[in-house]
Design a protein around this ligand. Structure first.
Ligand SMILES: [Zn+2]
Length: 601
């Protein structure tokens, strides 16, 4: 085999000159970024495009509407342009004779207070900014992501520093440029997180003050453990260095996004706690989740999501692996590295489970369909529950928990999903390399990890079937099946006052019904979402009174007469006492959940 580097230089086509990009963010705090591009060109028709499919968003949402004052010039004279009539992301012009360099300029105006700007635009306060180069460039139509070279320059306000995984080499590929967000600010602190394999990891924190930009010892210890636990889980890394970009501020929406060599994380100051209490689960999960994507989503990427250009339509089919398995592994790492207590995570799994029950959507929509429709439905769930939205994250997560527990059970606890991870995501570190995969390879690697299970059928059953009830097998195999019973934990006091799903069949916010379970007492009585409960047995309705009445019906049926919307009445003869979902240890099954989430030997 002959490597290109060994060829005589004359045999290689000269690399085309780089596109020079200047991102002038000196006025970013005034919510404007000035962009100038200089393209090496030849005379004739040219179409320049703005990025449409943003990696990690799984949607064609590039914020082209935020471009203003767009113009082109050559040799100091304006060049006329018009937008492509069939593609609002394309700009057509004719390069005049004799012109070798075309200049493009535009201003980028971010939408204030929009979390999407953090993911793929520009978001700034008076003291810090998140700048995504993918929002600040144009490229000739059809430019190959890996073969188009840019020479970027970034100008920042005086005294601001920046952190980014953008290489410091004179030129960088379009792919890497788009994949390298920049965090900048007046107050930026860096913390090195040593790794046993010697690969550098940096936590770069921007905040409104130096004090907030200095995380407490608990957060630094968890981050250090995240770096070491990820090596144990995946067996290899696929980058030369990694930068965790973290903004701790109240001035921006909270959000995160994955990249190959860095992650974007925006949280409130103190969102990760100091180890003395339990932080919000979403907060605790953000850094681990986005980091797992460096392996699952960036290094290993479904073929359908590995576009050659930024405007090539992508297929979101395997998002139930890309996002679903990442949700699972992220929550596992979050617990293993101490960001979130195991008991709280167990409760989170239970809440996830019951939140997935009774979705009308799952009578017609498979998880695969939810993945394929992701560009249409992301974060747009609705109270009818007839459309899936983020289910590819949370239902898939419970399926991957089942896969993990199944591998442990069938191998007499010798193997786990960690072994699959080392096969599928491990290998040799060749820097930020993309290795696309097919569903067949996924099934084959599961089979290589644990032969004797028909993994193709297993995947088909979970991701192509219709099933309105939440998947309970994972928690059962993990030794913590769900039961219905009474609760005494004060932490869930609020829930006992609002959740009547397993008794009468509805859930409340105050006295308003927010959810009705199919085939329940409530559904049969014609109660619907939005109904207001006004009287209970002739007295003003209160959640506490309803709860007490239900608790009193354990051995003897109780008549409950509810007045709805100050008008009609519905009556139930209810027997069964308080029924709330709880996870309980099944003594006959090993406590695999603890083994998984605490990585006990
Ligand atoms: Zn994700």
């Amino acid at each position: 085999m002959v490597f290109p580097a060994l060829l005589a230089p004359a045999l290689l086509a000269p690399a085309p000159p780089a596109i020079r990009l200047t991102i002038d963010a000196r006025e970013v705090s005034k919510q404007v970024v000035h962009v100038t591009l200089r393209f090496p060109v030849t005379p004739g028709p040219l179409t320049l495009e703005y990025p449409k499919w943003i990696p990690g968003m799984h949607e064609p949402v590039g914020p082209v509407q935020n471009l203003v004052r767009l113009g082109f010039a050559a040799n100091g004279k304006p060049v006329a342009w018009r937008r492509d009539g069939y593609d609002a992301y394309g700009f057509q012009l004719t390069v005049p004779a004799g012109v070798k360099e075309l200049e493009a300029h535009f201003d980028y105006l971010p939408r204030p207070n929009d979390s999407d700007e953090i993911a793929y635009g520009v978001a700034a306060t008076g003291t810090l900014a998140v700048i995504n180069p993918s929002a600040l460039l144009l490229a000739p139509r059809g430019s190959a992501l890996t073969k188009t070279a840019f020479a970027p320059t970034v100008l920042l306000p005086e005294r601001w520093q920046k952190a980014t995984s953008l290489p410091t080499t004179p030129t960088v590929s379009l792919e890497r440029l788009m994949d390298s967000p920049i965090f900048a600010g007046e107050h930026l602190k860096r913390f090195e997180l040593p790794s046993p394999d010697g690969v550098p990891h940096t936590l770069a924190v921007v905040a409104d003050t130096d004090e907030v930009a200095t995380p407490n010892a608990h957060v630094l210890a968890c981050m250090q453990k995240l770096v070491t636990e990820s090596a144990a889980l995946f067996g290899a890394r696929h980058y030369d260095k990694f930068t965790f970009l973290l903004a701790l501020t109240s001035g921006l929406p909270q959000y995160g996004l994955e990249h190959h060599e860095s992650t974007v994380n925006v949280l409130r100051p103190n969102a990760l706690g100091d180890g003395s209490g339990t932080p919000g689960q979403w907060n605790a999960n953000l850094l681990p989740h986005e980091y797992v994507h460096s392996w699952n989503g960036k290094h290993r990427r479904p073929y359908g999501l590995a576009g050659k250009t930024f405007n090539q339509p992508l297929s979101t089919d395997l998002l139930w692996v890309y996002e679903g398995m990442t949700e699972y592994l992220g929550e596992v790492l979050m617990t293993r590295c101490g960001f979130y207590p195991f008991e709280a995570e167990r409760e989170h799994l239970r809440q996830t489970l019951v939140s997935l029950d009774g979705r009308g959507a799952r009578t017609w929509q498979s998880l695969r369909d939810a993945a394929l429709a992701f560009p249409l439905i992301t974060n747009k769930g609705d109270s009818t529950r007839l459309r899936l939205s983020n289910d590819i994250y949370y239902e898939s997560m419970l399926h991957w928990l089942e896969a993990d527990a199944l591998i442990r059970q069938k191998s007499n606890e010798k193997l786990s999903l960690d072994d699959f991870c080392r096969r599928f995501f491990g290998g040799v570190n060749r820097g930020p390399e993309v290795r696309p995969y097919t569903e067949a390879e996924l099934a084959a690697t599961l089979t290589a990890t644990l032969p004797g299970v028909d993994w193709t059928a297993w995947l088909h059953q979970r991701f192509d079937s219709l099933e309105p009830q939440a998947p309970r097998t994972g928690l059962e195999l993990a030794g913590w099946p769900e039961h219905l019973g009474e609760l005494s934990e004060p932490r869930r006091e609020q829930e006992t006052l609002t959740d009547f799903r397993f008794s009468l069949g509805f859930r409340l916010a105050g006295a308003r019904i927010t959810r009705v379970e199919p085939s329940s007492f409530a559904a049969q009585a014609g109660l619907v979402v939005g109904n207001q409960l006004t009287l209970l047995n002739g007295k003003p309705f209160s959640n506490q009174a309803l709860r007490e009445a239900i608790r009193g019906s354990k051995t003897q049926a109780t008549r409950l007469v509810l007045q709805v919307d100050s008008a009609r009445e519905v009556a139930f003869d209810y027997l069964g006492g308080e029924r709330l979902s709880v996870l309980e240890r099944a003594g006959s099954t090993p406590d695999r959940l603890s083994l998984i989430f605490l990585r006990k030997k």
